[in-house]
Structure formats: C-alpha cells, structure tokens
Design a protein around this ligand. Structure first.
Ligand SMILES: [Fe+2]
Ligand SMILES: [Fe+2]
Length: 300
C-alpha cells in the first residue's frame, strides 16, 4: 500500500477574506499550511495532488508566494491551475516558471505514472459569453471573480480532448486517475441547498466522460473548485470533488492505494480552530454525507 493526498483550492498568497458558502479565509492560510505540514509529516504521502486555485490573485508575485507555501509542506507535489491561477495572458508562463521543479513537463497539462497508477492532469480554458474558448478570462468576469463567478464558464479545449484520448490509449495497462480543477459533472442534486453558491463545472464534461468510458482503466476523476466535498459515480468512474482549504470544513483527502483498490478518506486538520472560524452555522452540509467522505474504488 502507498498513499498520496489531495489538497484543493488553497488560494495562497492573499490576505483577502470573503464569504462563499462559509467564511473564505485566505488570511489564515499561512497558519493552515504550517498545521498541514505537521499533519502530513505524520501521514507521509508519496506526493500531493494540488487541484488548482493554488494562488488567489493574478500576479507573478502571488504565483511565487503560492509556490513557496506549497514547497514549505516538504513533499513533492503535482500542481494544476484553476480559475484563480490562469486568468491573464502571462498566467501560465508564471505558473510554469514558479512550479517547474514539480512539473513532469514544462506544460500546464501533463501525465505521469506513479507505481501502479497513471495520472492525467488537464487545464481547462475560459468560455466567453459568445461561446468562444480562450486561455484568458473575459475582462468583465476577471474583474468580479474575487466576489462572484456569474457568467464564468470553462471547457477543455479540443486539443486536450484529443490528447486525453491518445494518452489513455497509450496507457491501457495502468489504472488511471484523471484530474482537473473543475468538476466534469454538476454538484449532485442531493447535495444542493437553496441559495447555495455554485462555482459550476466544465461545459464539455460530457465529452470527457465519453472519452473515459472508452478507456475503462480510468477509475476516478479528481477535482476541486466547488469548495465542498462530493463523490458521485458516473459511467463507472468515481468523480471526487474536494473542498477548499481556506473554507469549512478545511479538509484534504487521503488516497490509500492498494493493488486491488483505492481507499479515499477525508482528513481534517489537527487544529480544528480553522474550520470553526470559517463555519457559518447551518452550512455544515459542505462537508458532505458519509458517501462523499469515504469511498473504496476497485482497481480490478
Ligand atoms: Fe477555489
Ligand atoms: Fe476554482
């Protein structure tokens, strides 16, 4: 058995606090990362899968501040970009420059093998209001995204859809996890609440699901972005969305990889005061039902 962990949406390098479904407290992240470092030292994951929104503000300095805090955890990690990382023309250049030591290739989308698993990391683009796809955000959306995501949409560009299909065809023998900041499916109906904030999912998630269906070695699709936990199985693939570290329940996921299965567990920080500070009473539901918090994925 070996293990890796998933950390999502740390929104590092920002002192701006706000509200999503619970308090969205970026200013506590340096302390959260110190606690996470201690907690991971006990768990000893082989690596961290960091599912996007690593930085919160769109500057070169914020990207490097995020890199320094991720490095401070003391474990190898595989970074990917989210809607807070890839917004302006230079975003991906800053990202590659900052995270090059962790990236398997000088690219924002890539794949790698670790022991008995293959991993694919995707980089979705912005869908503008005229339905065209761009690597940068529409200006009106970028300006408001620290407050809300109204009008923001994303999709995987055709080039990456084709590459995903090719990459999976070339790695048929290995059980595979596909990962992207954005979920491929909407927040399930059972998890929805009146007036909840919904950050959305990929516009063409159905295309990714169809590709994964053609390659049955794909076992899981792992994402963040919605700042809440959910687990849902679609067409034989377990979709795992993991909450944000600066927001209640301030948790991460542990993946225990056996020869025949992956056990997914949800782990709180040892210092429970971060979650308590973020919680808006009544909104505990973002931590999910039991089935959103642990699952076993067969690898056979
Ligand atoms: Fe986020
Ligand atoms: Fe996001």
């Amino acid at each position: 058995m070996w293990r890796f962990v998933q950390v999502s949406d740390p929104h590092l390098g920002s002192t701006r606090d706000g509200k999503w479904n619970n308090g969205f407290l970026c200013s506590m992240m340096p302390d959260v990362m110190r606690c996470l470092k201690r907690d991971l030292a006990r768990i000893k994951p082989e690596f961290i899968l960091a599912t996007g929104d690593l930085a919160s503000q769109q500057t070169r300095d914020a990207t490097f501040a995020a890199r320094d805090l991720m490095d401070s955890l003391g474990f190898p990690y595989y970074p990917m970009g989210g809607n807070h990382d890839f917004v302006v023309q230079d975003s991906r250049e800053w990202f590659i420059e900052a995270f090059h030591a962790q990236l398997p290739a000088k690219r924002t989308w890539y794949s790698f093998d670790h022991k008995n698993l293959h991993f694919v990391v995707l980089d979705a683009w912005w869908m503008w209001s005229d339905d065209t796809l761009h690597d940068v955000s529409e200006k009106t959306v970028a300006k408001m995204q620290h407050k809300h995501l109204k009008g923001a949409r994303w999709a995987l560009p055709p080039e990456q859809l084709a590459w995903l299909d090719e990459d999976l065809a070339a790695h048929r023998g290995l059980a595979t996890i596909v990962s992207c900041h954005y979920p491929a499916i909407p927040i399930p109906a059972r998890r929805r609440r009146p007036n909840m904030e919904d950050a959305g999912n990929l516009e063409n998630g159905g295309d990714i699901i169809a590709i994964m269906k053609r390659h049955p070695q794909v076992k899981a699709y792992v994402s963040g972005h919605v700042h809440m936990h959910f687990v849902e199985t679609v067409e034989g693939v377990t979709h795992i969305a993991t909450g944000a570290l600066p927001e209640y329940p301030t948790e991460f996921r542990e993946y225990l990889v056996h020869d025949d299965r992956i056990e997914v567990r949800t782990m709180g920080l040892s210092d429970t005061s971060f979650a308590a500070r973020s919680l808006i009473p009544g909104n505990e539901w973002t931590s999910g039902e039991e089935c959103d918090r642990q699952v076993a994925i067969p690898l056979a």
